[in-house]
Write a new protein. Structure first.
Length: 305
């Protein structure tokens, strides 16, 4: 016969709900402090300063409210940078998603060569953005670039072709450099989702006579849609923060200037600090708004699964 457990008296000490709550607060305190000091306070400070006229050549910082934001909406140079940014986002997210899914499927079927193929795919992502842009600058070089050399060897008329003279070609060429660096992250995320799919589902589908395209459409794609949404979220945020490749390859050219380059020019070259702060706030809001669509999608897919 089991011994009866004595009831806990009011004065008994032990791990109760309040002790668990205190422990949880202690464990969460470091990340809360980090978020406050590194994210929330700087964002609030930037938002407040963007409502003032900050000029290092003048004394004082008069409060002007939303004047900078109204000026930004009417600024044709800023609007052109926004158009370039959305083009970059569309190209980069589309290519990274399609290429990442293809690379993940290839790696997942590589068998014992998987680790080597994965290491080769991840290598561009390990390179800093500046290094990646410099390497591609050599590839695009009109005089001795590898790309022109390959096209000329193939019999095409691309000798000393300048890739950044045409705006449409330049936008795609710069986007391709960013895709080359960020596609491996999408591939790794999708690969993790692929490896979570039970093999029994594919075995049952083969017994039923399903073809590979049907298995991909009816099994693989629905079960990795959460991973795809996460990958698209990081691709979108990274594309909105597009700076290194565009700055090194095309500098401050208006035809290919993304919005973060415009922020840099306003704040650190034109010394319009508060104007640049206001623009950076708008970039943050746009990035969060687009990413929110993916986050809600991930949440809905997770609940359904």
């Amino acid at each position: 016969m089991a011994a009866a457990v004595p009831a806990r008296r009011k004065g008994d000490k032990g791990i109760d709900g309040s002790a668990d709550a205190r422990l949880g607060l202690m464990l969460a305190a470091p990340i809360v402090f980090a978020m406050l000091s590194l994210v929330l306070i700087p964002v609030a400070s930037t938002l407040w300063e963007s409502m003032h006229r900050v000029n290092p050549m003048m004394a004082g910082t008069p409060f002007i409210g939303l004047q900078h934001y109204r000026d930004l909406l009417a600024d044709p140079i800023v609007n052109e940078a926004w158009r370039n940014t959305f083009i970059y986002v569309a190209i980069c997210v589309a290519l990274e998603t399609a290429g990442g899914i293809g690379a993940a499927l290839l790696i997942n079927q590589a068998g014992r060569w998987r680790r080597y193929l994965l290491a080769a795919v991840v290598l561009p992502w390990a390179l800093p953005g500046v290094v990646n842009a410099v390497v591609w600058g050599w590839i695009y070089n009109p005089a001795f670039g590898l790309l022109n050399g390959i096209l000329v060897a193939a019999g095409l008329d691309f000798e000393k072709f300048v890739w950044f003279n045409d705006r449409t070609i330049a936008l795609f060429a710069v986007s391709l450099v960013h895709v080359w660096r960020m596609l491996p992250l999408t591939a790794v995320i999708v690969l993790a989702a692929l490896q979570s799919i039970p093999n029994d589902l594919y075995e049952a589908a083969r017994i039923d006579g399903a073809s590979r395209p049907k298995m991909f459409a009816n099994i693989t794609l629905p079960l990795i849609r959460g991973g795809i949404a996460i990958a698209m979220t990081q691709s979108t945020v990274a594309a909105f923060n597009f700076f290194d490749e565009a700055w090194i390859l095309t500098g401050s050219a208006r035809g290919t200037r993304p919005i973060l380059v415009q922020v840099y020019l306003e704040a650190f070259q034109n010394l319009h600090f508060s104007y640049g702060m206001a623009l950076s706030v708008l970039v943050m809001i746009a990035s969060l708004a687009v990413s929110l669509v993916y986050v809600l999608r991930v949440q809905r897919v997770t609940r359904l699964d």
